[in-house]
Design a protein around this ligand. Structure first.
Ligand code: NAD
Length: 402
């Protein structure tokens, strides 16, 4: 069989631990036999990040700007324990944070829906894609303990010396206080990313904030979204038969629970943090969530939403069998290959991505799956496969389709 050719390279970011093991298996069994894989390889494994003082992460992000599409394996974000384990020169920042800062994107997470793994919200029939604004609010806050009576004020001093002050609280007794911010430009690019991704994936956009209580801060989010929509997207949405819907966050949450799915839920930073875990757990498993970073310029970086599955890796190192779910990592590859195919006009590449996804889903639907899914499936007597055999079972399905 002739292998599929690629014209433009895909930026490939390798990673750590169990997902690094899966990464190689996926390439060897599901990609390289069928595609003349054209990638520019960056090793984001912690050892090489340490060797290059993390320059490799920056280079990988820059390459994503050059080529437009990247696929990333899960990576370790170092903490104190990792400093010792990997003998690190310093505590490097999260690679995802570094890449996001360079690409200035929004992360869209969507569950992979498959028969046999039913969401615990009965009426959810289609995936809910969660878009999280990844800048500011409590994640860039400043806080203080108030240990005795006194007043807390918010003070702004402009560069030319003008001052604005407002009282936060007159403390009569101990308490706590916090200041936080966001940037109009960041909210604008978040809104643009959401609307662009909606057109890309043919889904409506829902956005919720609390502008009735937060009449300046959250009201700004609401206003920015509406203005960007009205001035840049309204016509395109009408043409595509899509809608943009704003409501209070509590109303949105209530509607989400009653909805069928199939839309993009745009969330402020904290809401997105909390709600993405709710959505992924309700849809079944973290191991069945994909994640894509979309920049306002239209660069795409695909990955699995989960981490490096450390516990399984230690078992693997002890020579024990693992049953690690590779679905989200496979879908990171298919997402990237499909986008590469779209951008390069290669129908063959996009079709391959579709088939690999279908093969993955039908493997699960036929009852063959990893342990994490076997624990939650409605399929009776599933066959639990180890990490490699699951990938081999997918290959068998794929070969039938090609
Ligand atoms: P994790 O996602 O690796 O694991 C969380 C839990 O979910 C574990 O119980 C694990 O067994 C289970 N799980 C996750 N993915 C699974 C899969 N594919 N198959 C079967 N079970 C799965 O998160 P963690 O344990 O908090 O973190 C481990 C490492 O991953 C940390 O070093 C962290 O920094 C890193 N991490 C990276 C990313 C990323 O690169 N995007 C995201 C999260 C965590």
């Amino acid at each position: 069989m002739k292998k599929i050719q690629m014209t433009t390279p895909l930026v490939e970011m390798d990673g750590d631990e169990m997902t690094r093991i899966l990464w190689k298996m996926i390439k060897d069994e599901l990609l390289l036999p069928f595609i003349d894989l054209n990638t520019e390889y960056y090793d984001l494994g912690l050892n090489y990040r340490n060797e290059t003082d993390d320059q490799v992460t920056i280079d990988a992000a820059e390459a994503t700007k050059k080529y437009g599409v990247a696929v990333k394996c899960a990576t370790i974000t170092p903490n104190h324990a990792r400093m010792d384990e990997y003998d690190l020169k310093k505590m490097y920042k999260s690679p995802n944070g570094t890449i996001r800062a360079i690409l200035d994107g929004t992360v869209f997470r969507a569950p992979i829906v498959v028969k046999g793994i039913e969401p615990c919200v009965r009426n959810w029939k289609k995936p809910i894609t969660l878009a999280r604004h990844a800048y500011g609010d409590i994640y860039k806050n400043t806080e203080m303990y108030i240990d005795r009576p006194g007043k807390v004020e918010l003070v702004y001093t402009s560069e030319d010396g003008e001052e604005k002050r407002s009282l936060v609280q007159e403390f009569k007794a101990p308490g706590v206080a916090m200041g936080m911010h966001n940037m109009t430009a960041s909210i604008e690019s978040f809104a643009r990313s959401c609307f662009n991704y909606a057109l890309d994936t043919k889904q409506d956009v829902w956005f919720g904030a609390k502008d009735t209580i937060s009449k300046t801060y959250d009201a700004k989010f609401k206003e920015v979204f509406q203005t960007i929509f009205d001035t840049e997207f309204k016509d395109k949405f009408e043409e595509a038969g899509l809608t943009y819907f704003y409501s209070l966050i509590d109303d949105i949450v209530a509607r989400v629970m009653k909805a069928e799915g199939g839309f993009i839920w745009a969330c402020k930073n904290y809401d997105g943090d909390v709600m993405s875990d709710m959505v992924s757990s309700a849809f079944g498993s973290l191991a069945m969530m994909t994640s894509v970073l979309v920049s306002p310029q239209g660069y795409y970086e695909y990955e699995a939403a989960h981490g490096t599955v450390q516990r399984h890796y230690y078992r693997h190192l002890e020579g024990k069998e693992t049953s690690t779910n590779s679905v989200a990592t496979i879908f990171a590859w298919t997402g990237a290959l499909r986008k590469r195919g779209e951008l390069d006009g290669s129908q063959e590449l996009s079709d391959f991505a579709d088939k690999l996804e279908k093969a993955t889903l039908s493997t699960i639907e036929s009852g063959k799956m990893t342990k994490d899914l076997a624990l939650i499936t409605s399929i009776e007597n599933p066959t639990v496969l180890n990490s490699r055999d699951f990938i081999l079972a997918i290959r068998e399905e794929l070969e039938k389709m090609l």
